[in-house]
Ligand binder design. Structure first.
Ligand code: AMP
Length: 128
């Protein structure tokens, strides 16, 4: 399969790997938003969040809780943004979780076009 992250997993393409086990590889994002911006990538090719199973989800949850204290100690971050893009906004179509250590004054913001936002009551009635 012609997948960038599968190639990183199998070593065809190099990565700055910081952790690896039977289920996942964690490497530094090539275009980081902060010092330590990392990607948790399952070794099995999963297209996106919808294909994730409970075992892997729990594994990733536990791993984040192991890695975060290390980032705090070694990088002196004071927070962690944990995110995943699914479909629109997902550049690499192999499931991954972004770990973005946060620092005071890092100015990381989620920018959006407020002009296309609907009224909150309208959204609530659509979703509830
Ligand atoms: P997403 O838009 O959620 O699919 O994020 C894909 C991420 O992969 C982006 O943050 C890219 O900077 C990152 N990325 C792309 N190519 C590489 C690479 N060769 N090594 C490490 N990270 C990469």
């Amino acid at each position: 399969m012609d997948c960038l992250f599968c190639k990183i997993i199998n070593g065809e393409i190099p990565s700055k790997t910081i952790y690896e086990d039977d289920l996942v590889k964690v490497f530094l994002d090539i275009n980081p938003n902060s010092n330590g911006h990392s990607l948790i990538v399952p070794k099995k090719h999963l297209r996106d969040f919808r294909e994730l199973d409970d075992e892997l989800l729990l594994h990733i949850h536990k791993l984040i809780n192991k890695l975060y204290p290390i980032y705090k100690e070694k990088l002196h971050c004071e927070g962690l943004t944990i995110c995943n893009n699914t479909e629109l906004g997902q550049e690499v179509k192999h499931f991954h979780v972004h770990l973005i250590p946060r620092y005071p004054n890092d100015e990381i913001k989620m920018l959006s076009n407020k002009d296309i936002l609907l009224d909150l009551d309208e959204i609530q009635s659509k979703l509830s």
